[in-house]
Design a protein around this ligand. Structure first.
Ligand code: FES
Length: 219
């Protein structure tokens, strides 16, 4: 019977502060951790390492997210499909359930779900729609580093995105990028608006909505 490796894949870059819990769960299960985005080991890097160490083995990917996944599990299939298409060294499958948390109970439940084989025929990483940068007028960096996260950046970020979405400004007028530490941590949570290099500190959810109204809405 073919040896099977288990890889727990964190789906969102918003969960970086809690990855230690996923690593602990992986230790208990004899699994490996990979990250679809944000910090931590990349999925392609983890699959490359397994292929180098144990050719002929199979891999089961189990998606996990503590926070809402804006990326969606479809990206896991795309990235895994890209790896199978370009390397083709291992049999890879994706568990059909999402672990809604990084703890042993949530991950175990997802591990036991039926899996589907990654064939390499999954949607690609490229699309004509992603050729050009969108014609946005503002680029907003939202710090999700450890100090900002500890002081409410999750609520700030959600309020900003909700307000931009409500005004139909996301991506077209305003491109929002979540970042790691931007350095003036004493002002956490921090937001920067470009062009113009406008820094905002101690940005509460209400303040984020006000920035949309007063700063981003005009020219
Ligand atoms: S953690 Fe946000 S500026 Fe340092």
């Amino acid at each position: 019977m073919t040896d099977q490796r288990l890889v727990l894949v964190s789906l969102t870059g918003l969960d970086d502060d809690h990855l230690a819990e996923l690593f602990a769960t992986a230790d208990d299960l004899g699994a490996t951790v990979a990250c679809l985005q944000g910090g931590g080991p990349s999925l392609v890097g983890v699959l490359d390492t397994i292929a180098a160490e144990a050719a002929g083995t199979s891999v089961r990917l189990v998606a996990a997210a503590r926070t809402t996944s804006h990326t969606g599990r479809s990206w896991l299939g795309r990235v895994a499909g890209h790896w199978v298409r370009t390397r083709g060294l291992l049999q890879v499958e994706v568990a059909g359930a999402l672990a809604r948390g990084f703890g042993l109970i949530e991950v175990r439940a997802a591990c036991s779900a039926p899996a589907r084989l990654v064939t390499g025929g999954e949607a690609p990483l490229e699309s004509p729609a992603w050729e050009e940068a969108p014609p946005y007028r503002h680029h907003v960096l939202v710090c999700r580093g450890p100090r900002c996260n500890a002081k409410g950046a999750e609520e700030t970020s959600a309020a900003l995105t909700d307000e931009l979405t409500r005004r139909e400004m996301v991506d077209r007028d305003v491109l929002v990028a979540l970042t790691g530490c931007l350095y003036p941590c004493n002002g956490a949570p921090v937001i920067v608006c470009h062009p113009g290099d406008r820094w905002y500190r101690q940005v509460t959810a209400d303040e984020a909505r006000r920035i949309v109204e007063d700063d981003l809405l005009g020219d």
